[in-house]
Design a binder for this molecule. Structure first.
Ligand code: PGA
Length: 256
């Protein structure tokens, strides 16, 4: 069965002291939990410090981005081996802010996925439609294309390392989450697409997170859906008092 997976995407928020404080509180409240996977994804510059705080706990470290090359003349970029070096297990790839604010393409996202798999990092691959695309009835087409393109060349045996996060762009940071039914519909689509691309086992085992304005008040209704296996949480992950209840909800509804 699929173990619930909740990741906190801090984006470009918190400072060193606050990052360590939130990590420390999560460690003391959830550090020994084994019935849920938890990861914190701080900005690059705080990865090492947060990792040091989390050491000895079951809470994993993740990055918010990565570059496609291992090393070299790529000013301002950070490589997979560097992320591993500071203790990362996960890396978010293709977040909507990177797609739509920074301009990352499906091709670049795919190259990142393939490269980090080689290095042994676990990608959290983000997909999601914009509001106009949903209103035009194109959600299915957009999400399917993003996912197929991101997974191009990923082998069946590598799929166990992949998490997919469905994050409708209109729900991110807006306070307006997708309804549980809207989330479930797209999660079913993602799972069946992965089953078609690989096989049913791979589809059934795939962890699919929902992201977009997840908070303690709506976590249960979303996580209760059969195909919603966890959450990628932005704003509500910046404070233990809002992040911990979301993780506890995932644990209590867990199907593992
Ligand atoms: P949010 O962000 O929870 O603040 O909406 C989610 C995300 O972008 O991963």
């Amino acid at each position: 069965m699929r173990k619930p997976f909740v990741a906190g995407n801090w984006k470009m928020n918190l400072d060193l002291e606050a990052s360590c404080a939130v990590a420390g509180e999560l460690k003391s409240r959830l550090g020994s939990a084994t019935d849920v996977t938890v990861a914190l994804c701080p900005p690059f510059v705080y990865l090492k410090a947060v990792g040091d705080v989390l050491a000895g706990s079951n809470i994993a470290l993740g990055a918010q981005n990565v570059y496609t090359e291992a090393e070299g003349a790529f000013t301002g970029e950070v490589s997979g081996p560097m992320l591993l070096d500071v203790g990362c297990q996960y890396v978010i790839i293709g977040h909507s802010e990177r797609r739509h604010v920074i301009g990352e393409t499906d091709e670049l996202i795919n190259a990142k996925v393939l490269k980090v798999l080689e290095f042994g990092l676990k990608p959290i691959v983000c997909v999601g439609e914009k509001l106009q695309q949903r209103q035009a009835g194109r959600t299915e087409r957009v999400v399917s294309a993003q996912l197929k393109n991101a997974l191009e060349g990923v082998g069946k045996d590598q799929m166990a390392s992949i998490t997919v996060a469905y994050e409708p762009v209109w729900a991110i940071g807006t306070g307006q989450n997708a309804t549980p039914e809207q989330a479930e519909d797209v999660h079913v689509l993602i799972r069946s697409l992965v089953s078609d691309l690989y096989d049913q086992r791979v589809g059934e085992d795939l962890i699919i997170q929902y992201g977009g304005s997840v908070k303690p008040e709506n976590a249960a209704e979303l996580l209760r859906m059969e195909n919603v296996d966890g959450a990628l949480v932005g704003g509500a992950s910046l404070k233990a008092e809002s992040f911990v209840p979301i993780i506890e909800t995932a644990r209590s509804l867990g199907r593992s």
